[in-house]
Design a protein around this ligand. Structure first.
Ligand SMILES: [Fe+2]
Ligand SMILES: [Fe+2]
Length: 187
C-alpha cells in the first residue's frame, strides 16, 4: 500500500468512502428509516436502555411534581418553584427519549405498572422539605451515574443517541448542583 500524495502536513489517511455502495444500501430496508446498514449499535439493547431511561425520567417527573405540591415551611416557595422547573425538564427528557425510541423503530413504554422497576432512580416522597431535597439529590446522582455508563457503552456506535444522553446528563448535573445548594442552607 503506497501513500500517493501525502505530504508532511497530511499525516492521516485520506477520507475515502464507497458512495456507490452507500447509495445502493440506502434503497434497501427503507422502512427502517434512519437505522441504516452502518448503524453500529445493537438496536434492541439501545431500545431497552432508552426505555429504562424513559421510565427514569417519568419517575423523576412524578417525584418532583409531588414535592412541588407538598413543599411546606420556611422558604418553601422558592424551593417549590425549583421542583416545578425540574419536573418540567424531566418531562422534556422523557419526550426526547420517547422520540428517539420511535426513530429507531421501537415503541416507548409508558406502562405505569412497570415504571418503578424499570426506573434507575426511585420515587421517594420525603417526610419534609429537607428530606425531599435530599431524595432529589440522590435521584439526580443515580441518573448521572447511569447516563454516564450508557454514554460510555454507546461510544461511536450510535452517536445521535449518545448526544441526547450527553445533553440530558448536563441538565441532570445542573439539577444535582441546584439540590446540593438548597441542601447546604438547611443542614
Ligand atoms: Fe432528566
Ligand atoms: Fe434531573
Amino acid at each position: 500500500m503506497s501513500k500517493s500524495s501525502s505530504t508532511s502536513t497530511q499525516s492521516h489517511d485520506p477520507f475515502v468512502m464507497d458512495l456507490q455502495k452507500i447509495r445502493e444500501q440506502a434503497r434497501k430496508h427503507m422502512s427502517d428509516g434512519p437505522v441504516t446498514q452502518t448503524y453500529g449499535a445493537d438496536r434492541q439493547s439501545v431500545l431497552k436502555l432508552l426505555n429504562d431511561a424513559l421510565a427514569t425520567e417519568i419517575v423523576c417527573t412524578l417525584r418532583y411534581k409531588r414535592h412541588h405540591f407538598m413543599a411546606k415551611g420556611i422558604n418553601s416557595e422558592a424551593v417549590a418553584a425549583e421542583f416545578a422547573e425540574h419536573a418540567s425538564e424531566e418531562q422534556e427528557h422523557a419526550d426526547r427519549f420517547a422520540e428517539r425510541i420511535v426513530q429507531l423503530g421501537g415503541e416507548p413504554d409508558f406502562a405505569p405498572e412497570s415504571l418503578q422497576t424499570r426506573s434507575h432512580s426511585e420515587y421517594k416522597e420525603g417526610a419534609n422539605l429537607t428530606d425531599m431535597i435530599r431524595e432529589n439529590l440522590v435521584a439526580e446522582r443515580i441518573a448521572i451515574d447511569t447516563y454516564r455508563e450508557i454514554i460510555r457503552y454507546l461510544g461511536d456506535n450510535d452517536v445521535t443517541t449518545r448526544r441526547i444522553f450527553e445533553e440530558v446528563l448536563a441538565v441532570e448535573e445542573e439539577h444535582a448542583d441546584d439540590m446540593a445548594d438548597l441542601l447546604e442552607g438547611r443542614e
